[in-house]
Write a protein that binds this ligand. Structure first.
Ligand code: HEC
Ligand code: HEC
Length: 141
């Protein structure tokens, strides 16, 4: 026990000499935010809530093999126990729900759904009607 205490005291003594004290009189660093001269406390208004078409129709694709955009709301639950999207788009239910069945690539050879495609919104994104231009886009085919 005594040995331990002596060792601890030595370690403390060494670290005190290591010169890691904060320098008191250092010149202030001038950092300019990329957002410009904006007070950190300024709160900008929230974005408008997205409004989705209630009866959307297929949106033309921009390039080959593009995951088609979702022409309706995308807030259907996708959880371990249920997948709201498959309620309408699964191979079995699509015709009855008047929706396009999932692409053949989303289906295994035995006809069952390939769970690698379970999280639809990883690839398919919904398009709101009240779009807001947030950033410029120079995409061209
Ligand atoms: C209540 C039924 C219903 C649900 C639930 C549903 N959809 Fe749809 N979906 C439709 C209908 C109807 C259309 C329009 C017809 C079409 O193009 O398939 C459509 C269109 C689409 C399209 C466009 C298909 C194309 O070829 O242009 C995609 C992609 C899509 N839905 C993905 C999803 C995703 C992802 C979810 C879950 C977040 C979802 N849908 C949930 C009914 C539904
Ligand atoms: C890993 C990405 C990915 C995931 C996850 C995914 N998809 Fe797709 N999906 C695609 C791509 C890519 C296409 C276009 C295929 C092509 O045209 O080659 C597509 C096509 C579709 C189509 C149009 C089929 C057609 O015949 O026009 C529907 C409907 C669809 N997906 C629904 C869904 C649903 C519902 C889910 C979730 C259960 C889902 N997808 C998950 C990438 C994905």
């Amino acid at each position: 026990m005594k040995k331990m205490l002596t060792l601890a005291a030595m370690v403390l003594a060494i670290s005190a000499c290591s010169g890691q004290q904060v320098e008191q009189n250092a010149a202030p660093v001038k950092v300019t935010s990329l957002a410009g001269e904006m007070k950190v406390t300024d709160v900008r208004p929230a974005n408008e809530m997205s409004v989705y078409p209630s009866r959307g129709t297929s949106i033309e694709r921009t390039f080959e093999h593009q995951p088609p955009l979702v022409p309706h709301r995308d807030t259907y639950a996708i959880s371990a126990s249920k997948n709201g999207c498959l309620n309408c788009h699964s191979t079995e239910k699509a015709a009855r729900m008047k929706a396009t069945p999932v692409d053949a690539t989303h289906v295994k050879a035995d006809g069952s759904f390939n769970n690698a495609f379970y999280f639809c919104d990883q690839c398919h994104v919904a398009q709101a009607e009240n779009k807001q231009q947030i950033v410029g886009n120079k995409f061209s085919k």
